[in-house]
Design a protein around this ligand. Sequence first.
Ligand code: PLP
Length: 377
Amino acid sequence: MKNVYLDHASTTYMTEEVISLVSEIMRMNYGNPSSIHALGRQARAIVEKSRKTVAKILNASVGEIYFTSSATEANNTIIKRSIVDLDVKTFITSPTEHHCILHSLDKVKKEHDVNVVYLSVNENGEISLEELSAMIERYKSLGKIMVTLMHGNNEIGTIHPVDEVSKICVAAGVYFHCDAVQSLGKINIDVQATEYSFLSGSAHKFHGPKGSGFFYMNNENIIQPYIDGGAQERNMRAGTENVYGIAGMSKALMAYVDSREEHCRTITEIRDYFETSLLTTFPDVKINASFATKRLPHISSVSFPTSDKADMIMFNLDINGICASSGSACSAGIEEDSHVLKAIGHPSERKTIRFSFSPRSTIEEVDYVVEVLKKII
Ligand code: PLP
């Protein structure tokens, strides 16, 4: 049986060069970066070299990059500490953010006297900049505001207009936090050209190791640590550093950025080929957010017409060796659209599958998926 992995937005493979580096560090550089002996100093040097690389890619200064265990941790840190340390009173966000943002906001709303307000999104998952400005205007008298918006959506691929959002935030004196997990590597992020207060990323989305993330924090907006303990990460994030994870993350990011044009051309071509094949074969299929002004190159969210067979698509793809993601959540045995699909007004009776591509995805794989779909629908 064939094995076709089209779930790269969920997580993806590590490249050989990253695996080699990570294994080499595991084997040879097992010192604790906080130790002052030679092995510790070697590990410290690896962490600091990695920080330099990530900072360079973002055009940030080295002191503005903080390593974490994941983007989930980074986003929790930023949201939860900004209430205490920056006196944020209102969060403006969108209903299509990742759960690590939305669930953090649900929690802080219960525990603190803060407002959490949601921008509306259209059928492509796009926000309105006019509504953002109006919301800032409406809430500014209540105290400090943080706008937290992702760069590219992980389910439907819609790209938020972060340059314009940043300009609005700067003009209004509002913090801007951007979850850049899905776009990092694929889209150039320059923190000098576009001002962010905070920005987060995760290694396993760009062929780095799982369990390694980071955040950029603009030097002007210092928060206190979310995890207390030792003085690691310049007192910002306690816990012995994941040296090989950090090194693998910086190596993977650098490699992606170095091949960005080629990678993005490849994945866009393959995604477009997939969508054209699907639409030709199944005229009733809908590609969610395909009319968004801008969308990520690697994500295709496909909504299938209702039928008994459509209900079994995920199962049947799986038994045919195809890995993709379901666009639904199951609660109490009843499948429901994800919060993102609900927010864009997707009809819940239609089954949605997210296919996501990498530079290794091939035309043959796509042809196989379409053939299997022909059989199972
Ligand atoms: N934000 C977005 C947009 C994501 O897609 C993900 C992971 O799927 C995360 C945050 C969480 O990242 P991590 O797996 O590093 O916790």
